[in-house]
Design a protein around this ligand. Structure first.
Ligand code: ADP
Ligand code: MG
Length: 153
């Protein structure tokens, strides 16, 4: 399955795309979110978490590194590793527990956790494009390929 390129014009379109993704994941999997500061990683995460059924705020876990969510029996973890100085720090957060169960893990700045993080089902690269955002989705597992196939239709 090749990459899928999508376009989201405006914040609402980004949230809607997140909701579509949420439906496909059924609350399971690992998504890496790449893009510069302001690209829209947290906005997409908000769309995904709300799409899973989360009601209320989704704050950027810039200082806490990870924000856990319990959504009607599902678990999700939203990481922002921008301030992670050393991937080894993740061990102290007890991140193994996060990736063991059936949870959805959304990871901003995953390159900061290289070598410690498990591999992603899907890489999402977000770049500005004509007032909106271009999203390049690259699957790395069967699960990720299934999501991409559904999104490409
Ligand atoms: P990041 O987490 O990558 O630093 P944010 O999600 O905080 O970025 O978004 C930064 C800004 O980009 C916000 O003001 C948000 O409304 C805007 N934004 C997000 N997605 C889009 C989009 N698809 N089109 C236009 N603006 C967007
Ligand atoms: Mg962010």
């Amino acid at each position: 399955m090749p990459e899928v390129i999508l376009h989201a014009e405006g914040e609402e379109a980004m949230l809607a795309l997140g909701a579509r993704l949420a439906n496909l994941t059924q609350g399971r999997g690992i998504l890496y979110l790449h893009g510069d500061l302001g690209a829209g990683k947290t906005t997409l995460s908000r769309g995904i978490l709300r799409g899973l059924g989360h009601v209320g705020a989704v704050k950027s876990p810039t200082f806490t590194l990870v924000e856990p969510y319990e959504i009607g029996g599902m678990r999700a973890f939203h990481f922002d590793l921008y301030r992670l100085a050393d991937p080894e720090e993740l061990e102290f957060l007890g991140i193994r527990d996060y990736f063991e169960g059936d949870a959805l893990c959304l990871i901003e700045w995953p390159q900061r956790g290289a070598g410690i993080l498990p591999k992603a089902d899907l890489d999402i690269n977000i770049t500005p494009q004509a007032g909106g955002r271009s999203l390049r989705l690259s699957p790395h597992t069967e699960r990720g390929e299934a999501w991409c196939a559904a999104l490409a239709m």
